[in-house]
Design a binder for this molecule. Structure first.
Ligand SMILES: [Zn+2]
Length: 445
């Protein structure tokens, strides 16, 4: 199949005016000027998209697809309150509810041009549903709230895959100890060791809130009781969150999510150790968690990705809306870097740079096509105009998922199921708000 547009933006190489991409057997076969490729591949089915830009399928490097049904239920509030209310809502949901919520999240991703996610999984549904929906990426099974010695039993209980059976180049699994205040130091180390042993991805929410910084500084603040209950063996290290993780020896190759609360001294440590930092500016704003020093991180040599986080703390899973929010607070990054963050740089952070994230021969045939007004600079054009409202088409693994702006798969089924889940979650939140005793269990534990 030959697909042409006004511009092809391969990301790994310079934009091509009147460009085209050739797809074969679920992979990218060739990228170049449309005229030349049309001659070389005469006779293959051709799709022309005048007025459009072709780019790689987007990489949303931090999602919680299972939390999609919480959209609109948790208004802006202090982080320490919000983090308690999410499990209160989720504990009201059964597996069907979680599956519907995840399916709607996956559909929302595709409908925004995203074909790759770095998802925090609470059980088996995320990877399975994502595979059906056409998403690929890393699925980080989350562990928290237990002593380190229980990690194997816990992973069994949340159906963490024992091996790579069922996993492919598109679909990968990893581990995420949630955060320093819900996972004790030995649990974080055990999760890191397991990820290294099995050559899997490792991600952690890090330096997200002032409350986390305060807890790690002197053990005080609104997360202290949560840490006492969930983070077995935690003692305040009197360090920044980044320095704490470095002290534990777990930063090497890690994906650090958020990093709003980092000091200048932390930046070289991150640059030296982590696979990358995933920024989630709209979630940070929703929970008043401050602003990550994105430009300083970028200039300091830290690979950067972009994530929407979940709809428990964001309005949409539209990654270009996230990029525009980041451009406002970090204009120095520029349009090209922002596009890289949501394509090849994001894919590399997830450890999947040789599978996704650019239009290059041999990579997965994951393509997003946006209707963009004529622009001399396609990166600027994308940053200003791309998003779910200008989405023309999406392919993943060479299959059309969106064509002429419309999904090729049913969305209404997931939408109805997710609405039911949303109602149950709303009732649980209402009950917990009025109840004197607060539920204490972590999600699915
Ligand atoms: Zn998150």
């Amino acid at each position: 199949m030959l697909i042409t547009a006004d511009w092809a933006v391969p990301v790994s190489s310079a934009p091509i005016r009147d460009g085209a991409v050739v797809l074969r057997n679920g992979l990218i076969e060739a990228v170049g000027p449309a005229d030349g490729l049309a001659k070389k591949y005469a006779g293959v089915p051709r799709h022309d998209h005048p007025g459009c830009i072709i780019m790689p399928g987007l990489v949303n490097a931090h999602t919680h697809l299972a939390l999609t049904c919480l959209k609109g239920l948790l208004p802006p509030q202090p982080f320490a309150e919000w983090i308690r209310r999410v499990p209160q809502a989720m504990l009201a949901l059964n597996r069907d509810d979680l599956a519907s919520s995840t399916a709607l999240g996956a559909a929302n991703c595709i409908q925004a041009g995203v074909t790759v996610v770095g998802d925090i999984a609470h059980g088996p549904e995320s990877a399975a549903i994502a595979a059906d929906a056409g998403l690929g990426g890393q699925f980080y099974w989350e562990v928290l709230g237990i002593p380190a010695k229980q990690i194997d039993d816990y992973l069994d209980a949340i159906e963490f895959p024992a091996g790579r059976s069922g996993f492919t180049r598109r679909l990968n699994c990893g581990i995420s100890p949630h955060a320093p205040y819900t996972s004790g130091p030995e649990l974080i180390r055990a999760a890191r060791a397991l990820a290294a042993e099995r050559r899997m991805g490792f991600a952690v929410h890090l330096a997200e809130s002032v409350a986390e910084t305060q807890l790690l500084h002197d053990g005080s603040g609104p997360l202290a009781d949560l840490a006492k209950r969930l983070a077995d063996g935690f003692e305040p290290p009197c360090k920044t969150p980044v320095a704490y993780m470095e002290m534990l020896g777990v930063l090497e190759g890690a994906v650090a999510v958020h990093c709003t609360q980092v000091l200048p001294v932390d930046i070289p440590v991150l640059a030296r150790r982590v696979r990358g930092v995933v920024l989630c500016p709209r979630s940070n704003a929703h929970l008043n968690n401050g602003v990550a020093p994105a430009e300083k991180l970028g200039k300091g040599g830290v690979p950067l990705g972009l994530g929407t986080d979940s709809l428990a703390s964001n309005e949409t899973l539209d990654l270009f809306e996230e990029a525009r929010a980041l451009a406002e607070i970090a204009p120095g990054l520029g349009a090209e870097r922002l596009v890289r963050m949501m394509t090849d740089e994001g894919a590399q952070i997830l450890g999947l740079g040789d599978v996704f994230g650019s239009l290059a021969r041999g990579l997965q045939a994951d393509i997003a096509i946006f209707r963009i007004p004529h622009s001399k600079d396609p990166y600027e054009g994308l940053l200003q105009h791309a998003g779910r409202r200008s989405l023309e088409a999406v392919l993943s693994a060479g299959l059309w998922r969106i064509l002429h702006g419309q999904p090729t798969f049913p969305v209404s089924f997931a939408d109805r199921g997710s609405q039911l889940a949303s109602m149950k979650a709303a009732l649980a939140l209402d009950d917990s708000h009025t109840a004197s005793a607060q539920p204490t269990a972590p999600l699915r534990a």
